[in-house]
Write a protein that binds this ligand. Structure first.
Ligand SMILES: Nc1ncnc2c1ncn2[C@@H]1O[C@H](COP(=O)(O)OP(=O)(O)O)[C@@H](O)[C@H]1O
Ligand SMILES: Nc1ccn([C@H]2C[C@H](O)[C@@H](COP(=O)(O)OP(=O)(O)O)O2)c(=O)n1
Length: 258
């Protein structure tokens, strides 16, 4: 397996470390988690991408997504490979790159139907746990560990994780961020057009996962009034507090003297 090149990290380092991050849509889970994993030299698992890939796979096969048994059968045999490099986390189905396809609006609108299928959840949970165990044993991170993010990582997939974080943000901040992502603007029209993807989807997803209120032992980080870098720092601070694991200070080039 490919090993990560050099990511300077200071000790003490209780490796392997497992970090679980959950939160609603637009809270910043993916962007923040990728940055935190990269800084700590950890693998990164985007579990939402797995539900998105399952949606693409079943749709491609012509399955009616509301047919619970048929979708579950598709997903049981799904040839999915998840890349866990936080710098380039690929998603392939049957060897083909689907990283862009899984982010389309059509998939965002349909994914909750697949994510609320309990047989699909059981199968993907099994694969997610296997990915976490692979990093505990070596894997991409060379045994340093993994950060996994989604909706049920702190509660169901890895309730035994060393660090468990619920990343939240106000509804307004989440809608604004998603509108900027999808429409390139955060005016009233763009925000309105984003509501189904954010609010309706979170409502549907909440029926099978608990990601609105932190479970016991889960630390809440509210990113509403933080920018991306501040949120990354806030998560790194929780990790350092709980495990002692710290990233090396980001080095700045020395100024040339005249
Ligand atoms: N704290 C933050 N402040 C401002 N923008 C943020 C913050 N966190 C994330 N973003 C931006 O919001 C968008 C949604 O973040 P994303 O990581 O996709 O959220 P999630 O995975 O929770 O849906 C991204 O464009 C991201 O850069
Ligand atoms: N562990 C997980 C991860 C995602 N899901 C669901 C919730 C979402 O509707 C989809 C896609 O998740 P994703 O994290 O990509 O969604 P957002 O980027 O936050 O909008 O999968 C889940 O049910 N459990």
């Amino acid at each position: 397996m490919e090993q990560k090149e050099t990511t300077p990290v200071s000790t003490p380092t209780p490796v392997p470390v497992v970090i679980a991050v959950d939160g609603p849509s637009g809270s910043g889970k993916s962007s923040v988690s990728k940055a935190v994993a990269a800084r700590l030299g950890l693998a990164y698992l985007d579990t939402g991408a797995m539900y998105r890939a399952a949606t693409v796979w079943s749709t491609r096969r012509g399955t009616d997504l509301s047919d619970v048994a048929a979708v579950a059968a598709d997903v049981a045999a799904m040839p999915l490979e998840m890349g866990v490099d936080p710098g380039a986390p690929g998603v392939t189905l049957d060897g083909c790159d689907v990283a862009r396809e899984i982010r389309t609006t059509a998939v965002s609108e349909a994914v909750s139907t697949v994510a609320t299928n309990l047989d699909v959840r059981a199968e993907l949970k099994r694969r997610q746990r296997a990915a976490i165990d692979a990093e505990r044993a070596g894997g991409f991170s060379g045994g340093r560990g993994i950060l996994a993010e989604g909706r049920d990582i702190t509660t169901v997939v890895a309730p035994d994780a060393d660090v468990r974080i619920l990343l939240t943000a106000s509804e307004e901040a989440r809608l604004r961020r998603r509108a900027l992502d999808v429409h390139g603007a955060a005016d009233a029209t763009a925000v309105e057009a984003t509501k189904d993807q954010v609010l309706r989807r979170d409502r549907d997803d909440s029926t099978v996962s608990q990601f609105v209120v932190a479970a016991d032992g889960v630390v809440t980080v509210d990113s509403s009034d933080l920018d991306l870098e501040q949120t990354v720092e806030a998560v790194l601070a929780v990790v350092a507090e709980v495990t002692g694991l710290r990233s090396a200070p980001v080095s700045t080039p020395e100024r040339m003297s005249e």
